[in-house]
Design a protein. Structure first.
Length: 191
């Protein structure tokens, strides 16, 4: 039986991390940096104990938290309840429709990007993602998202506006993730 990783009463607060203040959007809640690093280490402990099923379950959880902070809204504590409500979820649903256009195929991961501490990798990913936040969440995209409720034209506008930065984020996330997986194997598997 796996431990339920969503211990935060369905707030998903632990899936957010603002690198500027080190917090999630709920005071004193666990955040993605510490939670992702915890699962990285638990994966390693399980691997050392030859419990492969648990090891890779935990590694998957750690990768999920890393993936979250690669999304600028997660790195800026912009939730589905932030104004405009629902933009976070609609944005992530839109990303699912374009992600295949941004596959990294050159094999260039970010190897040895942030040293050997998984917290540094998660923090670094959040820093880069937050720098790209304004290319996705800004006055125009918010206004167009609200107007999209009654206008396909505005739905198309906000989607077109966020696409270039989203493509950049998708490619960067793949490279960071590849390096993070290599870090885990270098730390625990390739010894």
């Amino acid at each position: 039986m796996y431990e339920n990783p969503y211990y935060d009463n369905s707030t998903f607060a632990s899936h957010f991390y603002d690198p500027d203040n080190g917090k999630t959007y709920i005071p004193y809640a666990k955040q993605a940096k510490e939670t992702g690093a915890k699962y990285f280490k638990l994966a390693g402990e399980s691997y050392k104990n030859k419990d492969m099923k648990q090891a890779f379950f935990y590694l998957g959880l750690s990768l999920h938290y890393l993936g979250d902070v690669n999304q600028p809204m997660h790195a800026a504590n912009f939730t589905n309840l932030s104004y405009p409500q629902g933009f976070h979820s609609k944005y992530e649903n839109f990303v699912d429709t374009i992600k295949d256009n941004y596959k990294v195929t050159d094999g260039n991961g970010y190897w040895n990007w942030k040293g050997t501490n998984p917290e540094d990798w998660i923090h670094g990913a959040a820093v880069v993602a937050k720098q790209d936040y304004a290319g996705i969440v800004n006055d125009n995209t918010k206004d167009w998202f609200v107007r999209a409720a009654v206008s396909q034209e505005y739905a198309d506008k906000w989607r077109a506006e966020v696409t270039p930065m989203t493509g950049k984020r998708l490619m960067d996330a793949q490279r960071v993730t590849a390096g993070y997986i290599q870090l885990w194997f270098d730390t625990y598997g390739n010894r």
